[in-house]
Design a protein around this ligand. Structure first.
Ligand SMILES: Nc1ncnc2c1ncn2[C@@H]1O[C@H](COP(=O)(O)OP(=O)(O)OP(=O)(O)O)[C@@H](O)[C@H]1O
Ligand SMILES: [Mg+2]
Length: 469
């Protein structure tokens, strides 16, 4: 047997050794026996067993000593301690010294087997947890950013260059391009990596909640403020703070944030004393902040304060050569998460995915892969398995507008030759919700580049319009 597990038994009673070794060999373990603790340690160092079964009381060094010396070399070693003294003391001591389990002599065969199986099960879980943690870490590290196209290679070079500085970074890019992924990667290779990475999405809080999230508040400063609360900027002690969708900040918070960034201190809501903070700021936006500045929707001084190091994440359609490796990764992720066999994608399907324009970028690709994997039971993903909007040639010909043409035409025929922007906006919004996002409002909002709350407001308005008609 290749993966036969090995057990080392250490006991000064020969009959016990013989009995245990016959028993464990019958169960398929490979067994080594020692009646002397020192010899067991010497052998164990050369040939570490998977499981150690030791007697506590022995002449020379004790069983617990054997366990702790071998654990120094192999921290994962399973140690089952057997003791003739049914004292709670020696059992407690054994567990304290790191025994995985203990048995009191005389014990039944099954008790030992159950103890071993339980320990092996727990070890497996620990190992899986460790691997999972490692995987999560690597997904959020620079290795987790997939892409070999020139724009991505250049971006990653920039990321490596700016990671160890403290200057503020502004990451721009369309929705779903991987801005947050880049921000986390910068943190993970920066000298601040061991400290927190905290963030807030400026578009998902009301003004007052956002202010207290960012800067904290004092007890009693508003209804419901039952105790003092530290702001996230302060809580990110020595780490990185991610200001997502920074274009959504209202005027008043723009002023307050600017002051905080300039002075490296915050004023909690209801407070009079400023509190210093130490966090590197990374902001992100899918809006065109420069244009917002020229429209007077965003303060120029804050824009310049944030835009010290600009990083732009390219849209997926501008680096479609990355699509095959992204597909590969997402298909593998799906099979790892579900335990199903990894599907193979046909060339024709892969090419169709490369031609599609991906308005929702990598996030949309990730969603499409998941949906296709859920819907296909076979081991292969073919062209026929792809969603209609990817298969339809109109999309590849003229993008979403060609596809929408007939809808716009029918709208125009209803409202006259020159539809207002409102009419077009409504047609486009409903089109994306129904045909691209398949009714998922969250995805539709992403594809439209608006907040989910904005989408909900629009849908409510359309419903009212319908009622009034
Ligand atoms: N280069 C990449 N390699 C692997 N996964 C990626 C890559 N880019 C993006 N992703 C994945 O796509 C999804 C969207 O990425 P992320 O949330 O970073 O985008 P974003 O630009 O912040 O989007 P939004 O503007 O909508 O907030 C995530 O699941 C992320 O892991
Ligand atoms: Mg994001």
């Amino acid at each position: 047997m290749d993966n036969q597990l090995s057990v080392m038994i250490v006991d000064d009673e020969k009959p016990m050794l013989e009995w245990l070794s016959i028993l464990l060999e019958q169960q398929g373990y490979s067994v080594m026996c020692f009646s002397d603790g020192r010899k067991a340690v010497t052998e164990g160092r050369k040939n570490m067993p998977d499981i150690l079964v030791v007697d506590v009381k022995m002449p020379g060094i004790s069983g617990l000593e054997v366990l702790s010396r071998l654990r120094e070399i192999s921290p994962e070693l399973i140690g089952i301690v057997i003791t003739a003294f049914s004292s709670v003391d020696s059992a407690v001591q054994a567990m304290r010294k790191g025994a995985t389990d203990y048995l009191i002599k005389p014990f039944e065969v099954d008790q030992l087997l159950v103890a071993i199986e339980k320990a092996l099960g727990e070890q497996k879980i620990r190992k899986e947890n460790r691997e999972l943690r490692k995987k999560i870490r690597s997904r959020f590290s620079i290795e987790g950013i997939i892409g070999k196209s020139k724009p991505i290679i250049d971006l990653l070079d920039e990321v490596r260059m700016v990671a160890d500085k403290d200057s503020t970074i502004l990451i721009t890019g369309e929705s779903g391009t991987g801005k947050e992924l880049i921000a986390r990667a910068i943190h993970s290779i920066s000298p601040r990596a061991e400290n927190p990475f905290l963030g807030v999405n400026c578009g998902s809080f009301s003004h007052s909640l956002l202010e207290s999230e960012l800067f904290g508040h004092l007890k009693g400063s508003f209804t419901g403020a039952h105790r003092d609360k530290e702001g996230l900027l302060v809580a990110a002690k020595g780490g990185t703070f991610f200001l997502d969708e920074v274009g959504e900040l209202d005027r008043e918070l723009q002023v307050k944030l600017l002051r905080a960034l300039q002075e490296h201190q915050v004023l909690p809501v209801g407070g009079t004393k400023h509190i210093p903070f130490d966090a590197r700021i990374i902001a992100a936006t899918n809006a065109n902040l420069k244009e917002m500045v020229s429209r007077d929707d965003f303060r120029p001084d804050l824009y310049y304060r944030l835009n010290v190091i600009p990083l732009h994440v390219p849209a997926l359609r501008d680096r479609s050569s990355d699509i095959p490796i992204l597909l590969d990764r997402f298909i593998k992720n799906y099979s790892e998460e579900t335990g199903e066999a990894t599907r193979v994608i046909t060339r024709e399907a892969s090419e169709a995915l490369m031609k599609y324009s991906w308005p929702g970028n990598v996030r949309e690709l990730e969603n499409v892969v998941e949906r296709v994997c859920v819907m296909t039971s076979g081991s292969e993903i073919t062209f026929a398995d792809l969603p209609d909007f990817i298969k339809e040639p109109s999309v590849t010909d003229g993008g979403v507008f060609a596809e929408m043409n007939s809808e716009i035409e029918s709208t125009v025929s209803k409202v006259g030759a020159t539809p207002t922007l409102d009419v077009i906006e409504k047609a486009y919004t409903l089109y994306i919700l129904e045909h691209r996002a398949e009714g998922q409002k969250r995805l539709a909002a992403k594809l439209l580049g608006i907040n989910e709350s904005t989408l909900y407001r629009r849908l409510e308005r359309y419903a009212k319009d319908r009622e009034n008609q």
